[in-house]
Write a protein that binds this ligand. Structure first.
Ligand SMILES: [Zn+2]
Length: 312
């Protein structure tokens, strides 16, 4: 029963769509100056044509500062990502290369038109933290770093960039970072410095190698409480209004998804959330010192206070 219904439904749209087009619409289409094209809404709408993948979100408002929100640490299960796919904002996602369901989660996010980063584990300064499989270490020689990086990136197919998971030791080392960013460059990927350590050189090393590099301005959920996350979203807005744009990182926790849903529903939101790819190449997304922003009544520090970085 269900099978025959499905077949009938599948067959119907095209057969009926032309028959059901009101006469006036047909006349209007015929009278239009241009001949019918692939985009003619009357003739072509029901017919699937090959085209560029469409973003599920409208074009961002160019008159508001842009922010990107990256949800890190995904890959263990698709269920973790789903609450964030329900947030009506073009959030971006970072997937751990060696997690239990890396490929499934990556495919789900890419299929939904989301920007995906490879969330590459790097050595933390703090001893005793569990190291995920494939963690980049400062003790590795450059060839090993390149090989481990290649393997990590190939496990997140469709990723358009990478950011560091942990890395408070690795991102301090120019020597260790260099072979990693060479691999990014060869693959045409950008780098987002998660800034898990204030002494990170990762963004500078990437930029010097010609890799588009950006930096995290705000961690949303270091304190996993609703008021604290709302407060960090407000800080994100302040940074974006001061600099022109800003990048936040959050984690796959229910409180973070709920806060982003509240943020999405805020009518007075001062900023536009965009996929992180929209910020590539924009100085405001880097550590560059920018000229003073136009007076908007939001004068504040150029950078948000470093929100207790640390590895996460
Ligand atoms: Zn992480």
């Amino acid at each position: 029963m269900e099978g025959s219904t499905t077949t009938a439904t599948r067959r119907e749209p095209r057969a009926r769509s032309l028959g059901a087009v009101p006469l006036l619409l047909v006349l209007a289409a015929a009278c239009a100056a241009a001949p019918p094209t692939r985009t003619n809404p009357v003739i072509d709408a029901p017919i699937a044509l090959p085209q560029e993948p469409e973003s599920p979100f409208p074009a961002p408002d160019p008159n508001r500062p842009w922010v990107a929100v990256v949800i890190d640490d995904l890959g263990d299960s698709p269920a973790e990502a789903r609450p964030f796919l329900d947030v009506p904002l073009p959030l971006s996602f970072a997937v751990l290369p060696g997690a239990a369901r890396t490929r499934d989660v990556t495919r789900m996010l890419v299929d939904r038109g989301r920007d995906v980063l490879a969330h590459v584990p790097m050595e933390p300064a703090e001893p005793g933290l569990p190291l995920p499989r494939g963690t980049l270490l400062t003790s590795m020689d450059p060839d090993t770093i390149r090989a481990v990086s290649e393997r990590a990136l190939s496990r997140v197919p469709g990723a358009i960039g990478a950011n560091n998971h942990m890395g408070s030791a690795f991102t301090r080392s120019v020597v260790a970072m260099r072979p990693f960013v060479e691999v990014l460059k060869a693959r045409g990927l950008f780098f987002l410095d998660s800034r898990t350590d204030p002494a990170t050189v990762a963004e500078d090393v990437a930029a010097a190698a010609g890799v588009p590099a950006m930096r995290r301005a705000v961690f949303l959920d270091n304190v996993d409480e609703p008021a604290a996350i709302d407060g960090m979203l407000a800080v994100l807005e302040t940074v974006a209004r001061t600099r022109g744009c800003a990048i936040a990182i959050g984690h796959p926790r229910p409180g973070t998804a709920d806060a982003l849903k509240r943020f999405a529903a805020t009518p007075a939101r001062a900023v536009e959330v965009v996929p992180i790819s929209r910020l590539v190449g924009r100085a405001c997304a880097t550590g560059a010192v920018l000229p003073a922003a136009p007076a908007t009544g939001t004068a504040g520090p150029i950078d948000a206070p470093e929100a207790a970085p640390g590895d996460r």
